[in-house]
Design a protein around this ligand. Structure first.
Ligand code: VGL
Ligand code: ZN
Length: 204
């Protein structure tokens, strides 16, 4: 690999990548579908973003990216208020998130008739990980009980090693305990529940 060609250095292939799930304005306090304490994910994720950048590990970001008439919206008989409409301010990544310029953005929920909580649902995320040899994901974001949960379960089905950072996620908790149940389901599926400090103090 060229060490210094005056260009941004290429991200290394193999092993770990960081996967930041749906850290968008609409899911944070003040947004259209706010996750309580959603803001708490920003600081630990920024520390991880810096570490992954420093080690030139790849960073993937999923985003909810809905058409205005998406089937998950109340007006269409779905469970959610209008949120994360593609191209709107609410669909933008959270202001405080310090994103590397070469982060790979994966949009999901883009089709009006299909909802997809998982970052692997109807996207090319799996195909983007494979050629880079990525077999381990460090995961944070929102919401613990929806998109984080389903993304992690799909990653485990793909036999990807997963570390979920419990201080870098936040739950919707439509029913009290949903976030806790999600943690248990992810753990049962073989995901390691860790803190961001544990990730930061261990080899990627
Ligand atoms: C999500 C509800 C609706 C999520 C997305 O990102 O967890 N939750 N759409
Ligand atoms: Zn959505």
């Amino acid at each position: 690999m060229r060490a210094d060609d005056g260009e941004a250095r290429e991200r290394r292939t193999g092993e770990s990548a960081l996967l930041v799930v749906d850290v968008q304005r609409d899911f944070l306090p003040g947004g259209a579908l706010p996750v309580r304490d959603g803001d708490r994910v920003i600081a630990p994720l920024n520390r991880c973003l810096a570490r992954f950048a420093h080690e030139r590990r790849p960073v993937f970001l999923t985003r909810d990216w809905h058409p205005v008439d998406h089937c998950s919206f109340v007006a269409r008989g779905g469970p959610w208020p209008v949120h994360c409409v593609a191209g709107t301010a609410g669909a933008a990544f959270a202001d405080g998130l310090q994103l590397p310029p070469d982060a790979v953005v994966v949009s999901k929920g883009c089709l009006a008739e299909v909802d997809a909580y998982s970052g692997f649902g109807g996207t090319d995320l799996a195909q983007r990980l494979r050629p880079r040899g990525i077999r381990r994901l460090v995961v944070g974001g929102v919401a613990t009980d929806y998109c984080v949960l389903q993304t992690v379960l799909d990653a485990r089905r793909l036999e990807i090693e997963v570390r979920v950072m419990t201080d870098a996620i936040a739950a919707v908790d439509v029913n009290p305990g949903d976030g806790q149940d999600a943690l248990q389901r992810m753990s049962q599926a073989g995901a390691a529940l860790v803190t961001s400090d544990e990730v930061l103090s261990s080899p990627l």
